[in-house]
Design a binder for this molecule. Sequence first.
Ligand SMILES: *[C@@H]1O[C@H](CO)[C@@H](O)[C@H](O)[C@H]1NC(C)=O
Ligand SMILES: *[C@@H]1O[C@H](CO)[C@@H](O)[C@H](O)[C@H]1NC(C)=O
Ligand SMILES: *[C@@H]1O[C@H](CO)[C@@H](O)[C@H](O)[C@H]1NC(C)=O
Length: 371
Amino acid sequence: MICPTYTVLLTVLFALTSFGSSSHVLFDGGTIVIFSEQARAVQVLRNHSVLIEGDRISAVFPAGSDHRVPSDTEVIPANGKIISPGLAESVDWNATPVELGISYDEFYNAPKSDVDGVIGLISPTLLNELGLLNGSTPVIFSHATGITPDDVALLRQYNHHIAIAPESEMHFGHGYPHSHKVMDQAALAIDASWAWSGDLVSQARLWLQSVRLRLYQEALDNWTIPKNSPMSVSQAFLLATRAGAQALRRSDLGIISAGAKADIVVFDGNAFNLMGWNNPVAAIILHSHPGNVEHVLVDGQFRKRDFKRVIPRVASRSLEDATDRFLNSARRLQTQFLKDPPIILGGDHKPAAPYITLNEVDALPGEGTGY
Ligand SMILES: *[C@@H]1O[C@H](CO)[C@@H](O)[C@H](O)[C@H]1NC(C)=O
Ligand SMILES: *[C@@H]1O[C@H](CO)[C@@H](O)[C@H](O)[C@H]1NC(C)=O
Ligand SMILES: *[C@@H]1O[C@H](CO)[C@@H](O)[C@H](O)[C@H]1NC(C)=O
């Protein structure tokens, strides 16, 4: 199955509705990953504390300094913990803070006229002709693997972003001939995680290593040997945090800084798989797994605490009810999917681009391939 090359999201910012009463929390004496606007770089503050008042980060200061802390503040020791800004996913259809969106995933089954209508809306160049890029609404182009140099110029001119969904795009064979050249106007995305992983750190890791592979390979193909790495863990971290916020034009998200929204992820740096880390960004990007996430705060409210999910007090339904509905829906969709005839591609994808059959790999010695 193949997805459209471009879908577009017109995003409108919305105010995250917070629930529960506001609280004051101090993560005391941890390793904090910040972004320095002055240095334009990811930086690490060791043995520092983060104070959260209500839905905002109110201060970041060295542990033990005499910063005034409200008397009703809950103090959580953070020695050995890595405190990261919240991860900012730019396209997950279930979770992204998007109010208005255009998404079209039916390119193969819909009538041609419908498809043409949608295609007319989906590249930066065409949106620009419609006057939709020169405004205050941020636009995120997902799966922008067919992007052109003119499109990229428009993204930079009007400050819009592409969303790179590395695992989904690799899964479907979109390739990414150009996305690695547009990382200054890009954020990371999971896409709907029905056939790949659902966490953004995995996307950042896959993207980092696949960009490295691609750029190393270019040098190796020239019979030259690279002496440096073309992409760093800090760059992958930025794409997964601040860049997602920038794509939504939110300078108060995706960073840890006084005044920013209190969206925070605390990793347990004492976990076996992280033991011995020195660079907290490398620990997160290269070594962590979701089980290392000890606390998550969104808008200053715990959504995960002591490794356990926290259900909002004002949730629209109970966890059991939501789980039942999800499982029912999954069974219904899986049954329908198995009933539908398989999609068999033939002929040409477009002129001079025929569908071909790839040789499958052989993962089994002797008879059979294990496919
Ligand atoms: C952190 O700073 C405090 C206050 O200066 C100090 O007592 C403590 O030993 C430091 N912790 C580490 C792990 O360096
Ligand atoms: C973009 O919009 C602004 C304000 O509406 C206008 O002044 C400017 O000329 C526009 N630029 C382009 C390239 O259309
Ligand atoms: C490979 O060689 C070509 C031709 O000399 C050159 O244009 C290109 O930049 C080289 N690529 C790398 C990664 O060195």
